[in-house]
Write a protein that binds this ligand. Structure first.
Ligand code: NDP
Length: 489
């Protein structure tokens, strides 16, 4: 498989001719060769998007016609489900059932935003001076979209669908290590006939191609999902032309379980919260906060169940947890496990790379659980982004809230309790943008997604996600057309 850029309606190699091998994380084998773009390729894509936006070929289309394109993309994603799920697993490692879920969700994301295209969303205002003011929403212009590798197709679609729905043109740069399904999506974009230059794809590294997108004065908005360190660089790069920015960044999300919760349900969601997608989820419930009185019993049950998780290659139907995305990322996660041990936390489950026959060439790490942690440990404060759960103990509601808020992040949070008032009271005190009561992780195209504190700026998904790709224009109409009379002569 040869993966190329899609710029101005054409499939093209990187100008430098450089390429990179794309690796299957389940066995280390090469599955594709992707072009390795740099700033010059990003410039070509930005130029195409600029010209397409300025021509009005997309933004001037009647809303209903723009929506029709998006509906068609959704249908084609579903038609190609079997192919796409296999490719997503090959590229990222996730089990087929997770890939299938992502692709279905991506199709529905296009449908959701197709539905929003034609909805009115301005206000009118009664203002003084015999005038009438109103607002209209307009596209921002050229949008640079930059995404990570944990949900290769879905993270792109969360941005591409609302950006196009709102009438923008786009330059999309997926993670350089998981570009396969993005290329397939752009084949679909080509097939449905979206005008050339409206949607452009650049495959390449963040520090060259990505940096150019973030810096270019011809890009009006950058929507970025990735780590907090990179998010900071994007903010700095965007300062040159005061770009609009949306940042969806990292997290160290608390999942709080009170003694009065339904414990089997809480155990189940604690596992799902940290081990789904091998823990490579921005909102992973990576800190489990347990009320003291249930701690030991809860851990016993949690460890018993964590040990039963079937880790393996994503194309094996029995697999429940796949490998980590790359060797470098696996080593980062294993290093954090070492740090946890050195810091004095107690390892009660997992902790090692899996090297059994059949998995030894892949990047598999055991579901891992640490107890006896203290709030300032690095494994408690820093995002590990792997199957590593750290457990914290609390005495009462106040301590739970204090511990929950004690990181620089504020992305997700969960509370399990059968006392509805207490659960809501606690959730309202947590500084986080996505919160759950008696559940963990459900994500909907209809509902907003984003973080407080260093977990980001702005919101994706829902109507908020659409508005992030629009400018608000105030139109003031003078209803008494006569001179203002401010100057006497
Ligand atoms: P990174 O921040 O390393 O990379 C994200 C994207 O940014 C990649 O496409 C990367 O390119 C690109 N990039 C890197 N440097 C620059 C730069 N200087 N300018 C422009 N673009 C750049 O994150 P990871 O890919 O490692 O993904 C993991 C992170 O993503 C985690 O911290 C996780 O929490 C976060 N995340 C947040 C989500 C949310 O909704 N809040 C959802 C999913 C993930 P390259 O191809 O070189 O890697």
């Amino acid at each position: 498989m040869n993966l190329k850029n899609f710029i101005n309606g054409k499939w093209v190699e990187a100008e430098s001719g450089l390429t990179r091998e794309i690796i299957n994380p389940a066995n280390g084998e090469v599955i594709a060769i992707a072009c390795e773009s740099d700033a010059s390729d990003a410039c070509l894509a930005i130029k195409a998007a600029r010209e397409a936006f300025d021509s009005g070929v997309w933004s001037n289309l009647p809303a209903i016609e723009r929506a029709a394109f998006l509906f068609k993309i959704a249908d084609k994603l579903e038609e190609r489900m079997d192919e796409l799920k296999v490719l997503e697993t090959l590229d990222n490692g996730k089990p087929h059932r997770e890939a299938e879920f992502d692709i279905g969700d991506a199709a529905n994301c296009f449908r959701y935003y197709a539905g929003l295209v034609s909805k009115p969303h301005g206000y009118t205002y009664d203002v003084p001076d015999g005038a009438q003011a109103m607002t209209v929403r307009e596209p921002i212009g050229v949008c640079g979209l930059i995404t990570p590798w944990n949900y290769p197709l879905l993270m792109g679609v969360w941005k591409i669908a609302p950006a196009l729905a709102a009438g923008n043109t786009i330059v999309y740069k997926p993670s350089e290590i998981t570009p396969v399904t993005s290329v397939k999506l752009f084949e679909i974009i080509e097939e449905v006939g979206i005008p050339k230059g409206v949607a452009n794809l650049v495959l390449g590294p963040g520090n060259t191609a990505g940096q150019e997108i973030a810096e270019s004065h011809d890009v009006d908005k950058v929507s970025f999902t990735g780590g907090t360190v990179t998010g900071r660089k994007i903010m700095q790069a965007a300062a040159g032309n005061i770009k609009k920015i949306s940042l969806e960044l990292g997290g160290k999300s608390p999942n709080i379980v009170f003694a009065d919760a339904d414990l089997e349900t809480a155990v189940d969601y604690a596992l799902f919260g940290i081990f789904a997608n091998s823990g490579q989820v921005c909102t992973a419930g990576s800190r489990l906060l347990l009320e003291e009185s249930i701690h030991d019993h809860f851990i016993e049950r949690l460890v018993e169940r964590a040990r039963m998780i079937r880790v393996g290659a994503g194309d094996n139907p029995a697999t429940e947890m796949g490998p980590l995305v790359s060797e470098a990322h696996m080593n980062k996660v294993l290093n954090y496990i070492e740090i946890g041990k050195q810091e004095g936390a107690t390892l009660v489950c997992g902790g090692k790379r899996i090297t059994e026959a059949g998995l030894e060439k892949g990047y598999f790490v055991e579901p891992t659980i640490f107890v006896d942690t203290t709030p300032n440990m690095r494994i408690v404060q820093e995002e590990i982004f792997g199957p590593v759960l750290v457990v914290q103990k609390f005495k009462d509601e106040q301590e739970a809230i204090k511990l929950a808020n004690n990181t620089v992040y504020g992305l997700g949070a969960g509370v399990f309790s059968n006392d509805g008032a207490k659960a809501l009271r606690v959730i309202k005190k947590i500084r986080a943008g996505i919160t759950w009561i008696n559940t963990y992780h459900p994500t909907y195209n209809e509902a907003p997604w984003g973080g407080y504190k260093q977990s980001g700026i702005g919101r994706g998904l829902g109507t908020y996600g659409f508005e992030e790709f629009t400018e608000v224009k105030q139109i003031n109409i003078n209803l008494q057309v006569e001179p203002v009379g401010w100057f006497e002569n």
